[in-house]
Design a protein around this ligand. Structure first.
Ligand code: 13P
Length: 253
């Protein structure tokens, strides 16, 4: 099996001012100091990036952003460019989160442009995919995910995708307390990996990290992470409290 470094990532969504984020980052840094064999990332809101980066300097915790625009500059009121995130200290950027897709009309085409722009700027995209409850119930899970990955990654060559991370976040499991079972997560992750092995490259797929997201908490992370194709977690609610999030990071102990 490929050696994939697990990634435990916190998506703080629209929570925390700069000062609050810096405080949480400081606490988290203490709580996860010395942890080995797992990478940790937090994605605070844009306005908290600089303060959080300052707090994280000298620590192994990576900084991420939650979204970005694909253009490098211009008349795009309210948007943030890739180079701005890079300058703020981001290593990662979450792209295509289901809340962006559902609440802000983000399309597969826009997501494709964002992934391309992130890679060009030297940011690692965390590309989110996931089906709704009705799509799952009507047996469309795989076809929905296949369409999202096909369109999201259309036109890319293997070399572009080396830094990509995929996050499978079933929409019905986000913020609902309803987690996908470990078997459901494994089934989807294995499917996505197989698809990408066929469509992109087997070696790329073997090394690709696929995170699970949706009501991940200390009580279920261990069984999810024990699945062979689950390479990490993208965590919302349970990442806001440093103590709880550090328990997720320490899932192996
Ligand atoms: P919850 O962990 O709150 O369900 O959110 C998951 C998520 O959307 C992470 O991006």
């Amino acid at each position: 099996m490929a050696n994939r470094l697990p990634l435990i990532a916190g998506n703080w969504k629209m929570h925390m001012t700069g000062a609050e984020a810096a405080q949480a980052a400081k606490r988290l840094k203490e709580l996860v100091a010395g942890v080995a064999g797992v990478e940790v990332m937090i994605a605070p809101p844009f306005t908290a990036l600089y303060q959080t980066a300052a707090e994280l300097s000298g620590s192994a915790i990576a900084l991420g952003a939650q979204n970005m625009h694909w253009e490098s500059k211009g008349a795009f009121t309210g948007e943030i460019a890739p180079a701005m995130l890079k300058a703020a200290g981001c290593r990662y950027v979450i792209i295509g989160h289901s809340e962006r897709r559902q609440l802000f009309g983000e399309t597969d085409q826009n997501i494709n442009k964002k992934i391309r722009a992130a890679i060009a700027a030297g940011l690692q995209p965390v590309f989110c995919i996931g089906e709704t409850e009705s799509e799952r119930e009507s047996g469309q899970t795989f076809s929905v995910l296949d369409k999202q990955t096909r369109k999201g990654l259309e036109g890319f060559v293997l070399q572009d995708l080396k830094s990509l991370v995929v996050a499978y976040e079933p929409v019905w499991a986000i913020g609902t307390g309803k987690t996908a079972t470990k078997e459901q997560a494994q089934e989807v992750h294995a499917h996505v990996r197989r698809q990408l092995a066929e469509r992109v490259d087997p070696d790329f797929a073997r090394h690709l990290r696929i995170l699970y997201g949706g009501s991940v908490k200390p009580s279920n992370i261990r069984e999810l992470m024990a699945m062979p194709d689950v390479d990490g977690a993208l965590v919302g609610g349970a990442s806001l409290d440093p103590q709880t999030f550090s328990q997720l990071v320490h899932y192996q102990s």
